[in-house]
Ligand binder design. Sequence first.
Ligand code: MG
Length: 216
Amino acid sequence: MDDQRRAVADRTRGFLPAEEADALRAAAADARPGLWLEIGTYCAKSTVHLGSVAETAGAHLVTLDHHHGSEENQPGWEYHDAELVDPRTGRLETLPHARHTLHDAGLEPVVTLLVGSTQQVAPWWTSPLELLFLDGNHTDEVAQHDYAAFAPHLTDGALLLVHDVFSDPRDGGQAPWHVVRRALESGAFDEVSVTGSLRVLRRTGSVLPGVPGSLT
Ligand code: MG
């Protein structure tokens, strides 16, 4: 990633330590071209890292978010940022920030911003994926939904990346860890690497038991 793009990523709001950003790019560099999907755009910090690798790889990155923030971003919560509240709606609004980030990074041709909830998109999504980065809502219900809805679209050998994975509850919420455990216990994924809270898995080709539509 060039210096100008790194500077854009560094000044963009988000929750991605430098070590995990480096690991994200290193993992993505192993993915095949085709379609990559990020769930949880926020202000597009990680999108710059993934999009930069996608550009080199000849892949296209779709990044999906309703842009009203997760629970932990809402007023009164730990990760709330009052500057992100839209005075017109009174709600958190990250879409303009993500647009500016991708413009500044020169990544608009490589990245499609998809605005909606995962529940809205899942029923009609049919495209095979070479990379899936799960970094959306961290409640168990939604994290499990996002995995079950989108992981079956991963092709044999494609990569599943999960952020904010803490196997010890003292370190953080457990929902992403439950997703990783489910993926590994399904027998359909092998673990590739662990860097901080970033887990990288590879789909090995077997079916995903209990996941409808997994026979792809
Ligand atoms: Mg995250």
